[in-house]
Design a binder for this molecule. Sequence first.
Ligand SMILES: [Fe+2]
Length: 417
Amino acid sequence: MKIRSKISIGALLVLVVCSSSMAVEWAQNIRVVWSEAPQTEAMVVWDSENTNTPSALVYDTVSRTDEKRSYAAFSSVTERGLYKDPPNKPRKKKDGTVVPPEEPAPELFYHHAMLENLKPGSVYYLAVKTPDGTGREYHFRTAPEDGAPFKLIFAGDSRTRIDVAREISEQMSEMVAADDSILALLHGGDYAGSPRRKFWKPWLEAYSLTTTSGGKLLPIIPVAGNHEGFANNPMYLQAYGYPGGEGGYYLCSLTPSVGILVLNSQVPDKEKQLEFLKQALGKMKQEKIQWQMVAYHRPLYPAVKEPGGDKESWVPVFEEFNLDLALESDGHCIKRTVPIRGEKESADGVVYLGEGGYGAPQRDPKTDRWFIQGEQAFASKGDHIMMLEITPKSINYSTVLSTGEVVDSAEFKPRRR
Ligand SMILES: [Fe+2]
């Protein structure tokens, strides 16, 4: 009898361990998405392959990795479903030959759970709870109290070379593990080649490599790019829990002193977005927000391509409201313009930074363009991220290559608001 009871306890233990690991395998790519209110809210999204089983999120302000796994709070899934691929049609090549439709990619499902009423500058521990058990515990920190210095990573264009995107994610994971002041990543758009599961699944897996070995998540602030097929494909909105709603634009109030206006270069209703842009900048002006930035995908002062179609309507507004920085992607290069006002270099102008190097093939910048010439500008190429250290006294910016080399840096002083 004694032997039998030992076996059954052993079997029970195996069952518990299996259940736990099944739960871990079941919920993949767990990520925190920030949009309007990163001090107090977070959208948590996870994926699952070939199963759309109901699950939920459990969370707490203390770690609960003991046997009981009894978390204080619970958030139910607000939406779950299949990432929808566009219709798979036969394709005609230039020489007239017809390429048959591809085999549909394996099913991949998304799950959204919203965390609300969080405290600023606080660590939250979370896990996905499935019918099989409670999965691995992760944690993240909400945006800090006003005035606390922090770092924000800015990177865009992770499509095409997934091996490079994975490498850069691992580099960021090391940075996050070593530097507690890194808050989040602002992604400038073009996550994957096209809005299909066969491209998005590897991207979401690549981003999950930003999570540290200790389970610390790097929240992502998403911007929509042209490869998201925003106007007629929901992949981006499903993957990030509808940041900014159907229009995909929003004011991200990181802290009461730091606002990032996230715009959508691909939005169908441009008039409505322009109205939102003016209202949001008016609000930031009224509240005297110290650091006012804007992020969008298509560059208005491009180092490679022609200017994005919103240049004429957006630039006068950026200048009227005295934005500090405009963060751009899409060109696949490294760029820092001179401060620009009225189509010329001006000490009180707006600086345009970025162009994306998180995996996309890099291009040569056109260095004959006036706004990337002189001591106050920089143009180059290379796989990279940009680091913004934001304090009440300055924004210290640097471009860090995937090799770790810093190739450009600058200090921006606050405007008188
Ligand atoms: Fe792009």
